[in-house]
Structure formats: C-alpha cells, structure tokens
Write a protein that binds this ligand. Structure first.
Ligand SMILES: Cc1cc2nc3c(=O)[nH]c(=O)nc-3n(C[C@H](O)[C@H](O)[C@H](O)COP(=O)(O)OP(=O)(O)OC[C@H]3O[C@@H](n4cnc5c(N)ncnc54)[C@H](O)[C@@H]3O)c2cc1C
Length: 432
C-alpha cells in the first residue's frame, strides 16, 4: 500500500468561506466499511459522482481529505461556463465525429446540469443562469469569438452576439470590442454549491466523510481497499476526483497535470450607483487575454476579479495587487475602492488543454484537468464517471477515456509555468 502524507487541513479564508451556507456534518471514516463505489475527493467532480451514483441506488462513500469544497470547488470565481476551451468544430476535428460529438454534447450541457441540480435539490447557492460573456480585448480577437458564436448558434445553443455598444452598456465601460453571450452559463456561490451537492448526495443515501485523506489504495481479492488514518473502506469500484490536489495515491496520475495557483480578489459591496453599471444583469465575464481577466458581481454587489496564476502559493500573493489595479481601472469613477478578500486555490492544467478521463485499472477511474474551467465541466465529469461505474454510459453523451501520459520533465513544472506566464503577460501587454 502506498503511503501518502496528508496534513490536517482547515478551510482557508475567502469571500466564499465567509458567506457560505453551513457545512454539512461529514464525520471522518472510523473503522472498516464497505461500499459499491468509493469516491476520493469531495469537490464538484467527486460530489456530483456521488450524488448521481446514490440516486441510481449504489452504495457510495466519499473520502475527502479536508471537507467538501475545500479544494478549488470552494474557492473559484463561481463562473458557470458551458463547453470546453476548444470550439465544437475543433473538438470534432480532433476526436472524430463519434467521440467528438459526445464530448461537445456533454460539455455543452454541463452548465444546464449545474442549474438543474440546483433547482432539483433546492441548493441554496445564489445560482443564477444569467449568462457567460466572452469579450474581445483586441479587434482581431473578434473573429475567433464570432466563429465560436456561430458554431454554438448552429447547434441551437442559447447564445447571442454582442456588438460593442451592447457590451459597453452591460459593462459600463467601452474597453472591449464586442463579444458573445452564452445564456446557458451564469454564476453561483461555489462553496455553498459544493456543500449543497454534499447534502443532496447524503439525502440520496451517500456517505460523505471529511478529514479522511486516502493514504493508500490497493486491490486484493475482496476489492479495492482505501486506507485512511482511522479506517479502511473496501469498494468494488473507485473514482479518483482530486484534480489540482492530486497526490501520489496512484502512480503517475499527479504527473498528468500541472497544478497552478489561481487567484481572486473581492471588493466590499459596491454602492448602488456602481452596482448598476457593471454586469448588473448577473452576467459573468471572461476576456480573450492569454492571462485572462474574469469578473462578476456576487449576490451582495461585491466585484470579484480573477486571473493570473503562479506555480507557487507565495507567487499567488504577489498577483493580488495587480488584480486590485484591474478593479480600479474598471471602476475609475468609484474613487477609492475597499477590498475585503484575496485568496487562491489550485487548478490543474493539461498539455492538450482538454479535461481527462482515465481508466486507470479495471474498476478504477479518474477525472481531472479542467484547465481552470471546471465549475460546470467537473459537475458533468462526475455524472459521466458515475455512468461509467454503473455501466450506464451513454455513447452519445460521453467523455472518451485517454491514456495516462505523465508529462515529461514534470519536476520542472514550476519553472515552466513561471516562464510561460511571463511570456503570455508580455504578449498581452504588446497587443493591448
Ligand atoms: C481561484 C480559482 C478560480 C477559478 N474560477 C473558476 C471559474 O470561475 N469557473 C470555472 O468553471 N472554474 C473555475 N476554477 C476551476 C474550478 O474551481 C475547478 O476546475 C473545479 O472546482 C475542480 O473540481 P474538482 O472536484 O475536480 O477538484 P477540487 O475541488 O480541487 O477537489 C479535489 C479534492 O480532492 C481532495 N483530495 C486530494 N487528495 C486526496 C486524498 N488522497 N484523499 C482524499 N481527498 C483528497 C482535496 O482535499 C480536494 O478537496 C477556478 C479555480 C480556482 C482555484
């Protein structure tokens, strides 16, 4: 059995930690237990998998090292974005008509799945399907956005083109050249959503254990055995859902992704006059920069700004000031703006920029690598993984399994991330 060290972890301070609905009771695994399916990791991927499995009648147990939503799921920007980074046409060209089409369908439906789960399970998380805007920061970027918009419009997705004037009206600022809105997207309070998913999974019969880091995983005649500090869970099948926090639990898995600390800041609630100026319809926005800007208001009128990242947590703290300056540039007429929160968390990047579903061994799967865009996609991946474990996968609504390819020179990832980010920032600055 591989031994993995895992410290006792508290939820770090953030806007979401300060304003979330209360955490559900998730006692640590104590003693020996059995399940049909064990889920390692209690973020959107693992909790969505657990919910879908439990609803299908499987005996499921989640083992989370800290508490539900402790990872990126409780710390992100709360932007619910349908689709993948690549356009449907690119996905079809790369994965072929069958697999590509299934991926486009599943990823395109991911935001609807989020809002459907929120409605169906009454999850109290300020969820609003008010649209995701992608805005062009330079004129040449409009072409790519127009193609993306046409691609989704041709598939009858609920999308619209935004001319510069219309975008300026929604933004209160004319810096963007135009863009498109995907009305399937929207915003939510991510930690409340994670806690709501955990509660919904529990109500459907799943056991959710916090403070239960899985320190060893092996298979013997009785099934998969998952070792935690105080107990052992034996299961027929296992789903690993640890994304940017993936450790050495399964050989080579951590080396398939590059963890990067992504960063957010939030203002104090804006005055009524300011709130009305910027994305007051509840839209969430990302732009086309390589090191992108993404922002929105929360339910109390705070402006949340994200973007940039670092290979090291210490580097993340250096980015906070740059994000605050962005906010000032968006709200010049506000004068002094008070900031209440700054925080970070780990995203998982893949070399091909696609999320990965791996079949690591018979009855053992992993889903990870959302490249900083996992609120919707991780929720969908959880459903897809549950379908795999239940043998109910639908071929036209799927994610093809990819081989495990540990990245060459993974040990040098910190240097590579730092150099790439610096290069991207320079290119963005030259184009602006
Ligand atoms: C600052 C920031 C902003 C972001 N903004 C957005 C956004 O606006 N929109 C968007 O779509 N995406 C965004 N993302 C990305 C999104 O949050 C993630 O893609 C998504 O939450 C991944 O969910 P997950 O469940 O796969 O992983 P996580 O939520 O990271 O959960 C993994 C869990 O695994 C647990 N774990 C790890 N190892 C073990 C072990 N051995 N045993 C037990 N448990 C273990 C960890 O404790 C952790 O809770 C952002 C991410 C960050 C960090």
């Amino acid at each position: 059995m591989i031994q993995v060290s895992y410290p006792k972890l508290k939820l770090p301070p953030s806007l979401w930690a300060a304003t979330a609905t209360p955490a559900p009771d998730t006692p640590a695994l104590d003693g020996d237990a059995r399940a049909d399916v064990a889920v390692v990791g209690g973020g959107f991927t693992g909790l969505s998998a657990a919910l879908h499995l439990a609803q299908a009648g499987a005996a499921v147990a989640v083992l989370e090292g800290a508490e539900p939503g402790w990872g990126a799921s409780g710390r992100n920007g709360g932007q619910v974005i349908p689709g993948l980074k690549a356009d449907p046409r690119e996905i079809l060209a790369r994965f072929g008509p069958e697999n590509g089409e299934a991926m486009v369908r599943a990823s395109g439906a991911a935001a609807d799945l989020v809002f459907d789960l929120i409605a169906r399970h009454g999850i109290d998380c300020d969820g609003r399907q008010t649209g995701w805007i992608q805005a062009a920061h330079t004129k040449p970027m409009l072409d790519g956005l127009a193609k993306r918009h046409r691609d989704w419009a041709g598939r009858d997705a609920n999308v619209a083109w935004l001319e510069r004037d219309e975008l300026t009206r929604r933004m209160g600022d004319g810096r963007y050249h135009g863009g498109w809105i995907d009305k399937r997207g929207g915003g939510l309070q991510p930690l409340s959503y994670a806690r709501g998913l955990a509660r919904a999974a529990q109500s459907s019969g799943a056991r959710v254990h916090g403070a239960s880091p899985v320190q060893g995983l092996l298979r013997d005649a009785g099934g998969w055995r998952l070792q935690t500090p105080k107990g052992i869970l034996t299961a027929d099948k296992v789903i690993i859902a640890t994304n940017g926090y993936t450790d050495g639990l399964w050989p080579g898995l951590a080396q398939t992704v590059v963890p990067v600390y992504s960063v957010q800041v939030a203002t104090a609630p804006l005055g009524e006059n300011m709130r009305g100026n910027i994305l007051s319809g509840g839209e969430v926005l990302s732009d086309t920069r390589r090191v992108l800007w993404y922002f929105r208001q929360d339910a109390h009128g705070r402006l949340i700004m994200g973007g940039g990242g670092s290979a090291y947590e210490s580097g993340a703290a250096k980015i906070y000031q740059g994000l605050r300056q962005r906010v000032h540039s968006l709200l010049p007429e506000a004068g002094k703006v008070d900031f209440e929160f700054a925080w970070n968390g780990r995203v998982a990047l893949t070399m091909d920029h696609y999320p990965h579903l791996h079949e690591l061994a018979p009855g053992l799967w992993a889903g990870l690598g959302y490249n900083g865009r996992g609120v919707a996609m991780a929720t969908m991946m959880g459903k897809v993984l549950a379908d795999r474990a239940l043998d109910t996968a639908q071929p036209d609504f799927e994610f093809p399994a990819s081989p495990v390819h540990p990245l060459p020179l993974h040990a040098l990832r910190g240097v590579a991330v730092t150099a790439t980010r610096a290069y991207y920032r320079l290119r963005d600055a030259l184009e602006s």
